[in-house]
Design a binder for this molecule. Structure first.
Ligand SMILES: [Mg+2]
Length: 242
């Protein structure tokens, strides 16, 4: 129903920062699987939560390298800017790759997050025709905890790929390749959705997935959405235009 598509586009158009169609637009109707980052994607990270996680990270680096907190912070930020991934940064510093997961898991997220009925509704209604796979650099324990706090059932997801399941975390392509193994379908039938270009968008594109950047604007991703709740309207628009 082409007319219904036009209504949707006009209705939701103002919420989307930008949608760039690519030469592969005719393939967009084949999208079946959504690959979700969790932290900073399924919820918008608050400055308080980010600060709490960073504090725990720097504290652990300082202890691990036997340097001051400030020195630990400085070393982390310089390398992180270069490498783009927190776990990759920790490994480069010569520390245990579990450090980030431990730092994230040590923060009590119930202080910062709460059940999200709009998000639950999005998965159960607007996105019910897609299969969902989580691809996160967080530990399995931390991932399950976050889903519980947000009120999302694990049953919504065909698979959950965490830092515990791979040798190399994002921005490596390994976690995304694991997701492809789970669905068993070609990369072009997947959309990676995340809040960071270097870890969620670029490696997924390298494998041939479509990409949606959330909570901001990206020139790298196939589309950007102002909030995670706008993802269904982006997908609907793609389907209409395909
Ligand atoms: Mg994220």
């Amino acid at each position: 129903m082409k007319s219904a598509c036009y209504v949707t586009i006009l209705h939701y158009g103002y919420q989307i920062d930008s949608v760039r169609m690519t030469s592969g637009a005719n393939k967009l109707k084949d999208v079946r699987h959504l690959i979700w980052d969790i932290d900073g994607t399924l919820y918008k990270s608050t400055p308080d939560l980010i600060e709490a996680i960073r504090h725990e990270t720097y504290r652990r680096i300082a202890t691990g390298l036997n340097i001051s907190y400030e020195e630990a912070r400085r070393k982390f930020l310089i390398l992180y800017d270069k490498l783009g991934g927190a776990t990759a940064t920790i490994v480069q510093l010569g520390l245990d790759r579990d450090l980030i997961q431990k730092a994230v898991d040590s923060v009590d997220k119930t202080k910062y997050l709460k059940p999200d009925l709009q998000l639950q509704d999005m998965f159960e209604v607007a996105l019910r025709d897609f299969t969902h796979v989580i691809v996160t650099n967080t530990s399995r324990q931390g991932t399950i905890r976050t889903l519980e706090i947000l009120g999302l059932s694990r049953d919504l997801f065909l698979g959950i790929v965490t830092a515990d399941d791979v040798l190399r975390s994002k921005p490596d392509t390994e976690p995304f390749e694991r997701a492809l193994n789970i669905t068993g379908d070609p990369a072009g039938q997947h959309v990676s959705i995340g809040d960071r270009e270097k870890v969620d968008i670029t490696p997924a594109k390298m494998l041939g997935m479509k990409t949606i950047f959330v909570w901001g604007t990206s020139q790298v991703a196939d589309a950007s959405a102002s909030t995670v709740y706008d993802v269904p309207s982006v997908l609907k628009r793609w389907k209409c235009w395909a």
